[in-house]
Design a protein around this ligand. Structure first.
Ligand code: GMT
Length: 378
């Protein structure tokens, strides 16, 4: 099949899912076309069946805000026509689902048909999408997609609660290439470079937006290190990084906390990690936690959104109420204090990720594309 993928090209989870999906589809022989404003960060190669089409916006003095959706939908029309695409898969409703709907209408005028699949990722519904500025357009684009998917049961329920949804929403969990983490850089995993053998390594990976509550990460770690010698690796960039760094200085723990910035080699860093900290305000799924679990890392998280569908309380880690730093620190200490307990949680976490394997989820997306394709052919 010929599939267009529209996504954010950044380090965020929706872009990562879209890119990993596109690369896996191309691997299986489908022709995949990424349409976005930059080459997606995880898209590290292009081939005869893996293409990237850049949406370029020219500056014009009249525009205080550049009309990205217009340029995006025009680019979609151009690519669908040129490569005879069967389906466009829009990741993150704003503005991708809306632009895909417009492209479909423009193509219809020319006697062409393309299926539109929209995947809801989280903040496009919970934090941004339900804001009155966007709500009407988001609801319209969900109801007018050929197929709509959400990355967790919780996100599906939330979408149905916040919007007047007339379309069926299918739940397709985020997925992981388990083998990539199994064999990941084993020989390169030089843990000793970061921590002494008796020290535990905590990790946080995110885009450091307010929703991630990175100061809670630092506070949890600060409580843990008082009981168990540990190090904290903070991976990612974003608006809250400066606040987290300031807090680290105030708590006088700069020698134990490392801010590593954005990384395209998260698997290499995760191989060191014992416990992943994710105290988010909300998380529709928590792909970063799943990636950590696949690398054999226990998870301390909040119980918000779809996190309980990923992190199993008392098995793969622990869940706490939002903002309950003391409880999250207590749970983290309970995991890392005894080596045998830590080992059990790490193993459980790794085993649990098999439920989210690429091999089981890829055919579900393929079946959805086929249903759009068949509709087109009929
Ligand atoms: O977490 C972010 O801020 C990034 C965001 C995105 O859309 O790029 O991630 C969302 O989509 C991921 C992939 O489906 C989910 O695993 C994340 O839980 C979700 N983030 C939130 O709901 C806050």
């Amino acid at each position: 099949m010929k599939i267009g993928i529209v996504c954010y090209p950044t380090f965020g989870g929706s872009g990562v899912v879209a890119t990993e999906l596109g690369m896996a589809l191309a691997d299986k022989g489908h022709e995949v076309h990424f349409i976005t404003y930059n080459q997606p960060v995880r898209l590290d190669f292009l081939s005869h069946n893996l293409h990237f089409h850049q949406v370029v916006i020219e500056e014009y003095p009249l525009f205080e805000y550049q009309p990205y959706e217009l340029a995006l939908s025009s680019k979609m029309v151009e690519v669908v026509k040129k490569y005879d695409l069967d389906v466009i898969h829009a990741h993150y409703a704003i503005p991708h689902a809306y632009a895909a709907y417009m492209a479909k209408q423009m193509l219809k005028e020319k006697g062409l048909d393309v299926g539109v699949v929209t995947t809801l990722h989280g903040t496009d519904i919970t934090l941004v999408g339900s804001h009155p500025n966007y709500k009407t357009a988001v609801e319209f684009s969900i109801n007018n997609s050929d197929v709509v998917t959400a990355v967790s049961n919780n996100l599906k329920e939330t979408t149905n609660k916040l919007f007047n949804i007339t379309n069926d929403i299918k739940v397709i969990y985020n997925f992981i290439d388990v083998d990539k983490y199994d064999n990941a850089h084993k020989e390169e995993c030089k843990r000793i470079a970061l921590a002494k053998p008796h020290e535990r390594i905590f990790t946080h990976v995110s885009n450091f937006r307010p929703v991630k509550r990175v100061e809670d990460v630092v506070r949890i770690f600060n409580e843990v290190r008082k009981e168990v010698p540990s190090k904290l690796l903070m991976i990612g960039e974003g608006p809250e990084r400066a606040k987290a760094e300031k807090l680290v200085k105030e708590l006088n723990i700069s020698e134990e906390v490392f801010f590593l910035g954005n990384s395209t080699e998260v698997t290499k860093i995760l191989c060191y990690s014992d416990v992943f900290l994710l105290p988010s305000q909300t998380e529709s799924f928590g792909l970063a936690a799943l990636e950590a679990m696949a690398a054999g890392t226990a998870v301390i998280s909040t119980n918000t959104g779809g996190l309980p569908e990923v992190n199993i309380h008392g098995v793969t880690g622990y869940l706490s109420n939002l903002g309950d730093v003391a409880d999250m620190a207590k749970n983290a200490i309970a995991i890392v204090k005894e080596p045998s307990t830590l080992e059990k949680f790490k193993q459980n976490a790794k085993n649990h990720t098999r439920q989210f394997s690429l091999e089981s989820i890829l055919p579900v997306y393929e079946a959805i594309y086929t249903s759009c394709y068949q509709k087109k052919e009929a």
